[in-house]
Design a protein around this ligand. Structure first.
Ligand SMILES: [Zn+2]
Length: 503
């Protein structure tokens, strides 16, 4: 009874403080503020597959993703003007048997009108470019002569980003990229190569209404940053450790999906060492207690996931309190909304803790093992949501019932786990339908799978799934193929209840 009352109270708190989050295309499942006592009828989910123009997920042949692009970025940020001048060099070695006649770059800043202004793009090694053009969020260029297997193309690019103001707008997903008075975020801020799939071409998806559309090959980064007009006390959080040379900050990150930066004159900085990893924790000053809880949770989660899945591949993890209403993962850095810090209740039974565990898990399911976030988002989101449960089982068993009831069952999750970010469902709450299916029903599926297989086989499977797909872009085919090898338990009835496409 007490728990029921407590839950209702939390539901009301959520209504007051987090209602706008429900509009979001969040990385982390966001509480939908439906009070328990007046639960609205859930939309009826139709079991008919509704993918139309979006093709079904194509398995990615692992052996064919061999190239590892290298980015050398030199950026000058005019902090008060919110503008960034970037010189970028991209080195790409073609690994496919077939020759390459066109190169694609993704520039997500093209989503924001006027944010991206290209000064030049040229080849400095390998075939020259012709017919450079921009389409939606892509920059495409023909190669004057085809690039053959094993040959390297080096591109030099110069461009200016006019960072967009980050303003919460009703009905639109919270924006990570850009600036607010308290925080400037550089995420997906450089032009990057999508994976090249032999026989198919560049794997680059358009943005959806919610969720992430990016697919990232493992890459290497060298970043040099200068900040002009820096406000007093400017703090820089980044995906990698910083070293300073005069006015330049330099960073090196090898074997990562992305490189993100967050700058703020307000954030305070504390650290915690976990083995050889330093966790850097950035918190707004009035959230010190909540920030300490986030740091503790991230340290515990990092230790747990390193034990369960694979060693953490870097020496650095930045955890940044976000001045936007969302959580979002990047390699070596994740954001967690100030909205969750505001609601800190001093216990593990809260979203602040659950989502810290969730975002930390993305360092494995997104970072170590990549996936097609647009067409197969469950491969990171369901696993990260279920990783929250593993966190609670290990470190806060007293809150496990809260997690299962308030986080998952309360929403009566339904819908196929292998939903894409493009499926609009034709429902009044399309994001909720997406979240309930991919994140929450995904966690229900994994829990049922674990019970069917038994703990030993389940955790062996997870460990092997990570080790076999480390550094790659895993697909549902990889997941199910390995699963069938790891157990003699008949799984098809279970899979058919949760998935539309079972490769
Ligand atoms: Zn997530």
């Amino acid at each position: 009874m007490r728990q029921g009352l407590n839950h209702t109270f939390k539901g009301i708190l959520s209504i007051l403080t987090l209602w706008i989050l429900t509009l979001a295309g969040a990385c982390a499942p966001i509480p939908t503020p439906t009070p328990a006592s007046t639960a609205t009828p859930l939309p009826v989910f139709t079991a008919t597959p509704t993918h139309t123009s979006i093709p079904s997920p194509t398995p990615t042949p692992q052996e064919n993703i061999l190239s590892r692009p290298r980015y050398t970025l030199t950026a000058v940020l005019d902090y008060p003007a919110h503008s960034l001048n970037v010189q970028e060099r991209i080195a790409y070695t073609h690994a496919a048997e077939e020759s390459l006649s066109e190169v694609w770059l993704v520039m997500d800043a093209l989503l924001y009108p006027g944010a991206f202004q290209m000064d030049s793009l040229q080849s400095v090694s390998g075939p020259a470019l012709k017919d450079v053009r921009q389409e939606r969020i892509w920059i495409k260029a023909q190669l004057k002569t085809p690039l053959q297997k094993g040959e390297t193309l080096e591109l030099d690019m110069a461009y200016r980003l006019n960072l967009p103001a980050r303003v919460a707008q009703e009905g639109l997903r919270p924006q990570v990229f850009g600036w607010s008075e308290r925080q400037t975020n550089l995420v997906d801020w450089y032009a990057y190569l999508p994976p090249y799939i032999p026989g198919e071409g560049w794997l680059a998806h358009p943005p959806g209404y919610y969720g992430e559309h990016q697919v990232y090959p493992l890459s290497d980064f060298e970043v040099n940053l200068q900040v002009l007009g820096a406000p007093a006390g400017l703090t820089i959080a980044a995906s990698a450790p910083e070293s300073q040379r005069g006015e330049w900050y330099t960073y090196t990150l090898e074997g990562a999906r992305t490189f993100a930066l967050s700058l703020s004159p307000s954030l305070t900085h504390t650290t915690r060492q976990v083995g050889t990893v330093i966790i850097h924790n950035y918190t707004f000053p009035y959230h010190q207690n909540a920030g300490e809880r986030v740091l503790n949770t991230a340290a515990q989660a990092l230790e747990l996931y390193a034990r369960l899945f694979s060693p953490y591949p870097h020496q650095h993890l930045a955890v940044v309190e976000a001045d936007f209403l969302d959580g979002m993962e990047y390699d070596g850095l994740f954001f967690l909304s100030y909205g969750f810090y505001n609601l800190d209740n001093g216990t593990p039974a809260q979203y602040l803790v659950a989502l810290t565990a969730h975002e930390t898990a993305h360092q494995w399911f997104y970072g170590v093992v990549g996936n097609d976030q647009a067409l197969q988002p469950w491969l990171d989101e369901a696993l990260c949501t279920y990783a929250e449960k593993l966190y609670y089982e290990t470190y806060a068993p007293e809150a496990l019932t809260w997690w299962w009831e308030a986080r998952v069952k309360y929403y009566q999750p339904r819908g196929y786990v292998d939903d894409s970010i493009y499926n609009p469902h034709g429902e009044a709450q399309p994001y909720r339908a997406y979240r309930d299916a991919v994140y929450l029903n995904g966690a229900v599926f994994l829990d049922e799978l674990r019970r069917a297989m038994g703990d030993e086989a389940f955790f062996d499977f997870l460990r092997l799934y990570v080790s076999e797909n480390q550094g790659k872009i895993a697909s549902a085919r990889d997941f199910f193929g390995l699963l069938r090898k790891m157990t003699s338990v008949p799984l098809e009835p279970l899979l058919q209840r949760f998935f539309q496409f079972i490769p």
